[in-house]
Structure formats: structure tokens, C-alpha cells
Design a protein around this ligand. Structure first.
Ligand code: DOR
Length: 430
């Protein structure tokens, strides 16, 4: 059986061209060219056909948080958002901090409608005291380590983690191991539930200063310089962070960074109604921070758009602002928020969603050019389609989206995973 993606414009890292794409159900692209024929036809008229998106930052909540999300439901949300691969965060219960949990996550992800990879924790239980056994997780395919939800507070331990990681290689291709940091100095952020500034004062809610993020960015740049190790900065949210990463990259350090859609589209003013859908860590910040994140994406300082998809059940998000958990879902709206909010060429937005994160995660089967014999992991989206984000109907088990009710531009039409159309006309097929 073959699937034909007909009438679209291909955008990949090699450029842009109009062509049909014929894929086989063995998972490869058979042919790219004009006027092809195939068994199942996916209409791509007016659409972009791109390598599948890769999310470096997805909370799938399994094991332990299945009431908010499962690997299956999160992967379906990813597929609906055009993602063909996600990297799951390790802040599950139990923590992904040793081989057995890695194996369990990967096993449950094997039949999901999106490739599921997982990161591992840098420290045991993400508690910041002892290094986790990275080697046994790397042997199972883990390439990214993070204590996400927490930053590694101890400078010396972070130095050791970087030194250890740089001595290790991915067994499949010898690629590097990446330490990814949630930058937050907790002695400064403790007691804070939103950005510290005008709105936290007005609302009487404890704030987290920008410096809580920036001091850890500063430290990890210094530690990357000291150790020569790669550091990936997660969900950058402040102008100061973006400026420091820009300077560090210009100085040649092996640093990469991501930004989340909510950090280039929403400000702390959104918390004015105490709506907990706008509570997130790091918090929504000022207009000038949002502008700096946009600029960082536009000039390549920030390599990737990563969702920080963080599902939470209604009962917890209904608590008062200072008691509700931070986080917002994002897989199903990431592309549209990016196309709506960013003043960037579509190809650069696709790069930030696809080949650039794929390169950071070392995922060869994703993000590559749309060419014969390449793996058929593809996203077809209409860059002009306008839609209003609905309250219900999410593939995710949770509905804590800050974009409900917003008019967005850009919609995923089809997603093809290893040759199988897992989303057709916006509908998940399984
Ligand atoms: O808002 C957030 N939610 N930030 C994090 O770092 C963790 C995440 C979660 O797991 O809910």
C-alpha cells in the first residue's frame, strides 16, 4: 500500500518546491515529483509538506499521572499537532532516573501514534543530591538528561554532571549526550507563582524575578566554558537569558536553546483574572521579554520551539492561583501559535519545529529532507487556515490551554508516521 500526498509545497532544510510525495507503508519515501499516483490520497492543496515536527519538551505524565495524560493520549495530541516525535520529560512518578523506568516508557510508547523518546533525570529523583545512573539509561537510547520542573541547584554537582555527560556517547551513532536545564534558582523563586513585577504587585501574588532564571543561565554558560560540555537551555523566558545565550553562542560555546509558544505570545498581564491556565514555570513575563524571545527565535539564538506541554487535571487547576500546579498544554496549538505570532519566514518556523530540534535530540529518522528513501515522517499543514481554539475536543486528556477562545492561523491537516497517516484532515486515526 502507498500513500500519496498530493498538491503541496515541500519545505525542508534544503529549500522549497512544489511536488507530490509518495510514501510506502514500510515507512519510506518512495518518490518525490510531479503528478504521482498512489493508493490512499491525502490532499495537500494550499498546504506545506514538511518533515515531521519534533518536540524536545513534552510531559506525558506516565507513569504516575495518568489522570492528566497517558503516553497514548499525549502522543495522539502530538500527532494532531504535527509532531512525529517527542522527548518526554522525566518528572513522572516514579521519576525516569534509571533503566527500568526508561524501558517502561519506551515500551508503552512503541505503539503510540508518534515516536516516543524519553529524557532521563540528571539527579536521582530530580532531588539535586546525587547523579542518576546516566550510563544505563544511555544504553537504552536516552540522549537528553534534565531535572525539568527543577533546575540543578548545586554548582559542583552540575559541573560533575557536565563532565560525566561529555565522556559518554550515544551507542547507536556515537552522538553527544545533552544536558538540558530548567533554569530556576529556587532560593530566588521560592514563594513565587508568577513573574515578579507590576502584575504580581497589583494582584498580591508572590513573584519570581527574571534573575531566578538568568543566574542559572549565567552559571551554566560558565560551566559549559569550564567543561567544554554541551548545554541545552529549556523554555527561555527573559530578555536577559536570550542576550546571554546569544553572546555565549557568538563565543563558540556548544550551547542550544528552546522557547515555548506561550513565552513568545503571552505576558504576565494574562494572570490579571487569576485564571490558573496562565500559571506556568518559568512564568509569563513582560512585553519586552516576549519581544526578546521572538527576536531570539528570528535570529537563531533560540534553536527550537518546544511546547512544554504540561497537562493537569481540572481539579488541580481549579485551585486558587497560588495553590494550582504550573503548566499548560501546548502540543495541539504550537504550530498555529508560532504562525500567528512570529514574524518569521514559514521555513524558519518549520526549522524551529522540525530539523533543528531533531538535530539537538539526535533523531535521524525525523527532520531530514523530504527525499526518496528517507523515513516517511511528515507533516502537512495549511499555513493560512484560521480557527478558533475550542474549549473541548482535545486529544490530550487535559484541557488546560491558555489559548482557548483565541483565533489562530495555521492548522495541521495530515501527519504521516513511518508511512502511516496517523492524522487525516485533522482527525486522529487511532
Ligand atoms: O509549568 C511547568 N509545568 N513548568 C515545569 O517546569 C514543569 C511543568 C509540569 O510538569 O507541570
Amino acid at each position: 500500500m502507498t500513500v500519496l500526498i498530493r498538491g503541496g509545497t515541500i519545505i525542508d532544510a534544503t529549500g522549497e518546491r512544489a511536488a507530490d510525495v509518495l510514501v510506502s507503508d514500510d515507512g519510506t519515501i518512495i518518490e518525490v515529483g510531479p503528478d504521482l499516483r498512489g493508493d490512499t490520497v491525502l490532499d495537500a492543496t494550499g498546504c506545506v509538506v514538511s518533515p515531521g515536527f519534533v518536540d524536545l519538551h513534552t510531559h506525558l505524565r506516565e507513569p504516575g499521572g495518568e489522570d492528566a495524560e497517558t503516553i497514548e493520549s499525549g502522543a495522539r495530541a502530538a500527532a494532531k499537532g504535527g509532531f512525529t516525535a517527542v522527548v518526554a520529560m522525566p518528572n513522572t512518578d516514579p521519576t525516569v532516573d534509571h533503566a527500568a523506568v526508561v524501558a517502561e516508557v519506551l515500551e508503552r510508547g512503541r505503539t503510540a501514534p508518534c515516536d516516543v523518546h524519553t529524557s532521563g533525570a540528571i539527579t536521582v529523583g530530580r532531588r539535586g543530591d546525587d547523579l542518576a545512573p546516566m550510563g544505563e539509561m544511555i544504553a537504552l537510547g536516552v540522549r537528553i538528561f534534565t531535572d525539568d520542573g527543577n533546575g540543578v541547584q548545586d554548582d559542583r554537582l552540575m559541573r560533575r554532571a557536565l563532565e560525566y555527560a561529555s565522556s559518554l556517547r550515544a551507542p547507536s551513532d556515537g552522538g553527544p549526550i545533552v544536558l538540558a536545564q530548567h533554569c530556576e534558582v529556587t532560593s530566588l523563586s521560592a514563594g513565587g507563582h508568577m513573574h515578579e513585577g507590576e502584575w504580581s504587585s497589583r494582584l498580591g501574588v508572590g513573584g519570581q524575578p527574571a534573575e531566578a532564571e538568568e543566574l542559572m543561565v549565567m552559571r551554566d554558560i560558565a560551566l559549559s566554558q569550564l567543561t567544554g560540555s554541551r548545554v541545552h537551555f529549556q523554555h527561555l523566558s527573559t530578555a536577559g537569558s536570550v542576550a546571554m545565550v546569544r553572546a555565549a553562542k557568538a563565543g563558540g560555546l556548544p550551547i542550544t536553546a528552546e522557547a515555548a509558544p506561550h513565552h513568545f505570545s503571552l505576558t504576565h498581564e494574562a494572570c490579571a483574572t487569576y485564571d490558573t491556565r496562565f500559571k506556568v514555570h518559568p512564568p509569563l513575563r513582560t512585553t519586552s521579554d516576549v519581544e526578546a524571545v521572538r527576536q531570539g527565535l528570528a535570529d537563531g539564538t533560540i534553536d527550537a520551539i518546544a511546547t512544554d506541554h504540561a497537562p493537569h487535571v481540572v481539579e488541580t487547576k481549579e485551585r486558587p492561583f497560588d495553590q494550582a500546579p504550573p503548566g499548560m498544554i501546548g502540543l495541539e496549538t504550537a504550530l498555529a501559535v508560532a504562525l500567528t505570532e512570529l514574524d518569521m519566514p514559514v521555513a524558519d518556523i518549520v526549522g524551529a519545529l522540525s530539523w533543528r530540534p531533531a538535530a539537538i535530540a539526535g533523531l535521524d529518522a525525523h527532520g531530514g529532507p523530504v527525499e526518496t528513501l528517507r523515513p516517511a515522517n511528515l507533516t502537512v499543514f495549511d499555513p493560512e487556515a484560521r480557527w478558533k481554539v475550542p474549549e473541548r475536543g482535545w486529544a490530550s486528556r487535559s484541557n488546560n490551554s491558555p489559548f482557548v477562545g483565541r483565533e489562530l492561523r495555521g492548522q495541521v491537516r495530515h501527519t504521516v508516521l513511518h508511512g502511516e497517516p496517523v492524522v487525516i484532515q485533522g482527525e486522529a486515526q487511532r
